[in-house]
Design a protein around this ligand. Structure first.
Ligand code: BTN
Length: 256
């Protein structure tokens, strides 16, 4: 059984940045987890800022050193993370999570978490990965630009603040993640979580718009393959497997 090694900071620029600093000389142990009560320079995907307000959200990152790191595997690790966050969120809220492919975890059709997976190289040119997860736990208000698409575990469930231990939720996330990651290392793919992930996938049987650089089109999503690609049936009846690194998919009806 894989075991995380926990480090906690009250305040830090970014837990992903801190993992990178620790990993830089190759000495940090694999599965080191850095968490923080607050991030002053949290980073999201595509260069966006990620807000981690003090005491009300989880900001946590893990160091992975999978042998023979292949950049194509990064989306698979992000999918494992979304599944682990969903398990923890369901346990603490009693609600059922949805996942918008590939890794947006939803409660009541609103996003509760962000995941940033990075492939890096230390000063000896050895590759490693950082998986960073931010979860809105007891956050009550959001900036106007995301207010209609974000929620927190507390807002979604209506449970009181005391129902949420950020430490316990963080530990649950990484416990689940490492179980899934072990399966991923064994099989090299997502076969062990594909079916339960698809049970949460809100895109299944829904129309999606595929923003393919070769030409946008609409299709019906049917699930994922073991590589984490979204499977779709186009209107002409042909099938395609969509790679999140190459194209993005937007639901046509609302955020989810
Ligand atoms: C997204 O844009 O949805 C991804 C957001 C990822 C935020 C997390 S919070 C912990 C870790 N540290 C960071 O600076 N970013 C990630």
């Amino acid at each position: 059984m894989l075991k995380p090694i926990y480090i906690y900071h009250e305040s830090i620029d970014s837990t992903n940045n801190e993992i990178k600093r620790l990993a830089e000389d190759g000495s940090a142990a694999e599965f080191t987890v850095v968490s923080a009560g607050e991030q002053t320079a949290g980073r999201g995907r595509s260069g966006h800022v990620w807000q981690s307000p003090p005491g009300t959200s989880i900001a946590t990152s893990i160091l992975l050193r999978p042998s023979g790191v292949d950049p194509e595997r990064i989306p698979r690790i992000t999918i494992l993370s979304a599944q682990a966050v969903s398990d923890a969120a369901e346990e603490v809220t009693g609600l059922v999570c949805g996942i918008k492919w590939p890794n947006d975890v939803l409660l009541n059709k609103r996003k509760i978490c962000g995941i940033l997976t990075e492939l890096c190289f230390d000063r000896n040119r050895a590759p490693y990965m950082v998986v960073g997860i931010g979860v809105n736990v007891t956050v009550q208000t959001f900036p106007p630009d995301i207010a209609d698409m974000a929620t927190s575990l507390m807002l979604a469930s209506g449970k009181p603040t005391e129902a949420f231990s950020r430490k316990a939720i963080t530990e649950k996330i990484w416990d689940r993640f490492l179980v899934y990651y072990e399966g991923f290392l064994r099989t090299g793919d997502l076969s062990e979580i594909r079916v339960p992930y698809e049970d949460r996938l809100v895109n299944v049987n829904e129309r999606v718009r595929v923003l393919d650089p070769l030409g946008e089109y609409e299709a019906r999503a049917t699930g994922i393959d073991n590589g984490g690609r979204l499977l779709v049936v186009k209107d002409d009846g042909t099938c395609a497997a969509i790679d999140s690194g190459e194209v993005s998919v937007r639901g046509i009806y609302g955020y989810a």
